[in-house]
Design a protein. Structure first.
Length: 632
């Protein structure tokens, strides 16, 4: 049997993993039955790493022990994120040098963004392995189309640290088109509008008999749902300071409570005309503010309008007008906002497609590409993906100008060669400065790497003939070589981007993950058992308020109370077997209570009450955590 290759959407707010089930891509749920894994990583009181839903409570309870939206920090340096960090309660390591990889403090430990992302990827890998009952080692991972070389390399590093061989990085809009293309399989031009939690991408693709060719892409890696949340948080903080005299900007717990409330309000306003932002503040005070959809749209319009110019530029680069776009596709949780959907209608002059879940469509498309690379099923064996590089690549030439060698929107894999010479008499070394960006001067573009071509025989200026070759692989990652043709001297570099991890750093992180694998697994089991215990205890509390509790015998109630006390005691410890045994015993003891509650609910329904109004509680025997859709 061929080794399974899964598709992963490593998102700003939520992440997912998917695979091809026959001819259809399917999301793999977590152990709680929920498809979305929040991209949140936290440290518990014992210094153990927690991921996903279990980590989210730390955002409110101990904000200094949790990190979210780390995708916005991938492959970026201290100067790049200075403004963004003002909006997040993250602390950077104090000893960061210029050009060094960012390290984020969680309690007394520090982690790089690729390390934090690797924990999310490990959780997705674990979910897939539990689902299949066998190891998963290979994956296709999606990235924003406008991710630069450093951000792409950081994503590949995260995969390696997580124990995954990342076969391909696929642009998120391209992945979305693959997911839709499975059903459509026709010719046409598609605009994919992807507004997620931290990034915005627009890609224009041509679909021709199973060949998906990206012809233009544009976007903004500093634009997404987080920016909308931050606007609402700022308004709430101003209100609280003005009305109550409380300045909570440096209170991490309070800010996170406000953040959760405004996200809930944002979600509610996608289907309601008004809602209330309600937050319990320190000291027992309550902040409440009613907000209408009209007011909300007025607040967020500047953020949404920032997506217009990249869309127009992508169409211009593709040589197309809106009436030549056959289909528009919505991707990303923020596209649920009615204002965003209306903007897309106006831009592309057609009703956008949103048949697939906008949170899941990228992962589904990644699964399609994974299936192609893994050998393919009948549905994908004739499909071909031709992606593009989002930004131009070149080197610094005399006078600080940029000599572009591969231009943006070039189909990848790609290679290009240009010839240069020296500008100084008797020059024996040539410094090659590799750049990425659209500006004309080197100082305005992003520096990717520097290396020297040494040992050139001294010759008059202008006589040496230096061949510089750029090669971009299918992941959009760059390799550069330089050769002086007269002497044969040559040098090359696999671009190690600024703010990237060295191979040695990545290998050390991988080895460390092996060293702690058994300990991590044991801790995961304890954490998951604690979560189950909390859910059962909460359900039991609701069960006590049900009339069925009174129908139990005194002995039955006494046994439940003894076992409940045991669960409360052992769940605080580290003994997984003890916690598991106590949970199972309490489950067994509450079976009759669950049956009585069900009988009571059925009886109420027969008397004319709806099942929704019947006091069923969550059920102490088999609680079912319910996933809530969030914006990615």
């Amino acid at each position: 049997m061929a080794e399974r290759v899964v598709g992963i959407d490593l998102g700003t707010t939520n992440s997912l993993v998917a695979y091809m089930d026959g001819n259809h891509p399917v999301i793999i749920p977590g152990e709680d039955g929920v498809n979305l894994v929040p991209s949140v990583v936290a440290l518990d009181a014992n210094g153990q790493v927690i991921v996903g839903n279990s980590a989210r409570k730390f955002l409110i309870e101990t904000a200094d022990r949790a990190v979210y939206s780390v995708k916005r920090l991938m492959g970026r340096g201290k100067e790049d994120v200075r403004d963004e960090l003002k909006l997040f309660p993250f602390r950077l390591a104090e000893d960061l040098a210029d050009g060094e990889v960012l390290r984020i403090k969680l309690a007394d430990k520090s982690y790089t963004p690729p390390e934090i992302s690797a924990y999310v990827l490990r959780q997705l890998k674990h979910n897939a392995e539990r689902f299949f009952g066998s190891p998963v080692k290979q994956a296709v991972v999606t990235v924003p189309a406008y991710f630069n070389d450093a951000q792409r390399q950081a994503t590949k590093d995260a995969g390696r640290i997580a124990g995954l061989d990342v076969l391909r990085l696929v642009n998120e809009p391209t992945a979305a088109s693959l997911a839709y293309g499975l059903d459509k399989r026709k010719n046409g031009t598609i605009a994919v509008y992807d507004l997620g939690g931290g990034t915005f991408d627009i890609s224009i693709l041509k679909l021709n008999d199973g060949i998906f060719e990206v012809i233009a892409t544009n976007g903004d890696t500093h634009l997404g749902g987080d920016d909308i949340d931050n606007l609402l948080i700022a308004i709430a903080l101003d209100d609280i300071q003005g009305d109550m005299g409380l300045d909570l900007r440096r209170n991490g717990e309070a800010v996170q409570r406000i953040r959760k409330a405004v996200i809930d309000a944002k979600i509610a306003l996608s289907s309601s005309e008004k809602t209330v932002i309600a937050v319990e503040l320190p000291g027992g005070k309550l902040y409440q503010r009613e907000i209408t959809r009209e007011a909300f749209e007025g607040i967020v319009r500047p953020v949404v309008d920032r997506t217009v110019e990249p869309c127009r530029q992508a169409m211009k680069d593709a040589g197309l007008t809106p009436d030549q776009i056959d289909e528009a596709v919505l991707v990303g949780g923020s596209t649920r906002i009615p204002l965003v959907r209306q903007l897309v209608r106006d831009l592309f002059q057609r009703e956008p497609h949103c048949e697939l879940n906008s949170d899941e469509v990228v992962a589904l498309g990644a699964a399609v590409q994974a299936n192609i690379l893994g050998g393919g099923s009948q549905a994908t064996q004739d499909m071909l993906l031709l992606d593009v590089t989002p930004l131009s690549l070149g080197i610094e030439a005399l006078g600080g100008v940029v000599a572009k060698i591969i231009h943006r929107n070039s189909t990848i894999p790609a290679s290009a060669t240009e010839h240069f010479t020296t500008g100084v008499e008797g020059q024996t070394n040539v410094a090659i400065h590799v750049l990425q960006g659209e500006r004309e001067l080197a100082k305005d573009c992003r520096s990717l790497a520097r290396f020297d071509l040494k040992g050139i025989p001294p010759m008059p200026a202008g006589l040496p003939r230096i061949e510089v070759k750029f090669l971009i692989d299918a992941n959009g990652i760059l390799q550069v070589s330089a050769r002086e043709q007269r002497s044969g001297k040559q040098a090359e570099i696999q671009v190690q981007p600024s703010y990237g991890l060295t191979d040695e750093q990545v290998e050390n992180m991988i080895l460390e993950s092996f060293d702690y694998a058994e300990q991590d697994l044991a801790q995961r089991q304890v954490i998951e058992a604690r979560n189950e215990a909390e859910t059962i205890l909460t359900a039991l509390e609701k069960g006590r308020s049900n009339q069925a509790w009174q129908h139990l015998t005194d002995d039955e109630r006494k046994i439940i109370e003894i076992l409940e006390a045991e669960v409360r005691e052992v769940k605080e410890g580290q003994d997984f077997q003890a916690i598991r045994g106590a949970i199972d015993a309490l489950n067994q003891a509450t079976m009759r209570l669950a049956e009585l509650m069900m009988d009571s609910a059925v009886s109420s329904a027969l008397k004319g009450k709806t099942m929704e109004s019947a006091d069923m509680g969550e059920g102490p025997v088999a609680p079912h955590p319910i996933g809530k859709a969030e914006f990615k």
